[in-house]
Design a protein. Structure first.
Length: 363
């Protein structure tokens, strides 16, 4: 009996890297592949591998940008130690060479210790991250799966024709479209998202604004607050009633987008891609301190298509959010307009495209 085709998947740390990797991993599992996942202990990746029956290699890598000199030295040591761990746990003396798919972020640095097979990169953001730029500039990757057309344009400017660039979109699964009802003041649903880890800023400022709006208009609220933030957010909503649902993490994000008339959210690449796929109307609040301004660029992609509203983190955020919500609720056509505009953005079957490109290496 022939051994199954095998790939390495490298992703860890935050949901923005891990959940796209999970969806791609599921596609390869469905096609009969064996997967070896390299990740850390700090993100959800180890639990995902346990659930899916995937072999897991844990490495002690962590980020170093924006850190002090001592932490950078520790990160360098962790990088070398991670390479040692990966080298010996990945069966270095086997003659077989497998493709490796990396999903950006500092964990992707492990690919510098892999010399036997091709390395493919899936970049989620409109402006690539530091490690992705490094992998590209050092010619470590042979194909890049771009989350947005703007991502592809960024890489194309360097004119490296021997690195294949493919606009795959981001892996978000089969998300259904949000409801198409116009805003109904007898039952308007608002979904608050701060990414997989929650958003301290949104947790602090949106409850008071939404509670004030709720006193005037009948709305229902679902708020994903992130780990260890539940009680603070619960206390921030006043008064708390059956129309307010708070959770640390929404497991069925598909259902949540279908339920919502309006999303208030950070603008991480995965969230923006989910908003596009679900055809949701959204107010995006880019994180103020973001390396390379990823979130602002992601939000601008939708705003340039007149497919979302953007609010910046300022001292006047609460007042501006209140005014914007009142304008939206007074004009039901604005919701429908945003949904119509976002529907013009192409949604691709990212998982299938990535699978076909990687599987072609085996042909």
């Amino acid at each position: 009996m022939a051994s199954p085709k095998t790939i390495f998947i490298v992703a860890g740390g935050t949901g923005g890297h891990v959940y796209p990797a999970k969806r791609v991993a599921q596609k390869f599992l469905d096609e009969g592949f064996k997967i070896i996942w390299i990740g850390t202990s700090r993100g959800p990746e180890k639990n995902i591998c346990n659930d899916l029956g995937i072999s897991f290699i844990q490495v002690p890598l962590y980020g170093f940008r924006g850190k002090n000199l001592f932490t950078k030295f520790k990160a360098l040591f962790a990088f070398l130690l991670s390479g040692f761990i990966f080298f010996f746990k990945s069966n270095p003396f086997s003659r077989k060479n497998y493709p490796m798919i990396v999903f950006g972020g500092y964990v992707s640095l492990i690919s510098f210790f892999y010399f036997k097979g091709p390395v493919f990169l899936q970049e989620q953001n409109t402006i690539p991250g530091s490690v992705s730029k490094l992998l590209f500039s050092t010619n470590k990757v042979s194909k890049i799966f771009c989350g947005f057309e703007k991502t592809k344009i960024f890489f194309e400017e360097f004119n490296k024709k021997y690195i294949k660039l493919i606009n795959t979109g981001n892996p978000v699964g089969k998300i259904k479209k949000s409801n198409d009802k116009s805003s109904n003041l007898s039952g308007f649903n608002i979904l608050v998202l701060g990414g997989s880890q929650g958003s301290k800023f949104l947790n602090e400022f949106t409850p008071n604004v939404l509670s004030g709006v709720k006193n005037k208009i009948s709305i229902k609220i679902k708020h994903q607050c992130g780990r260890n933030n539940f009680f603070n957010v619960e206390n921030a909503y006043s008064p708390l009633d059956d129309d307010i649902f708070i959770t640390e993490f929404i497991k069925d994000i598909d259902e949540a987008y279908q339920w919502a008339d309006l999303v208030i959210s950070r603008s991480g690449a995965l969230t923006v891609s989910e908003i596009i796929a679900s055809r949701s109307a959204a107010i995006l609040v880019p994180i103020k301190i973001s390396i390379d301004d990823h979130q602002k660029e992601n939000a601008n992609f939708l705003a340039s298509n007149k497919a979302a509203w953007i609010l910046e983190e300022t001292d006047y955020f609460s007042e501006e959010l209140k005014k914007l919500l009142e304008l939206i609720l007074e004009n039901e056509e604005s919701i429908l307009e945003k949904k119509e505009n976002i529907a013009q953005i192409e949604v691709r079957d990212s998982e299938t495209i990535i699978f076909n490109e990687v599987n072609a290496w085996y042909q």
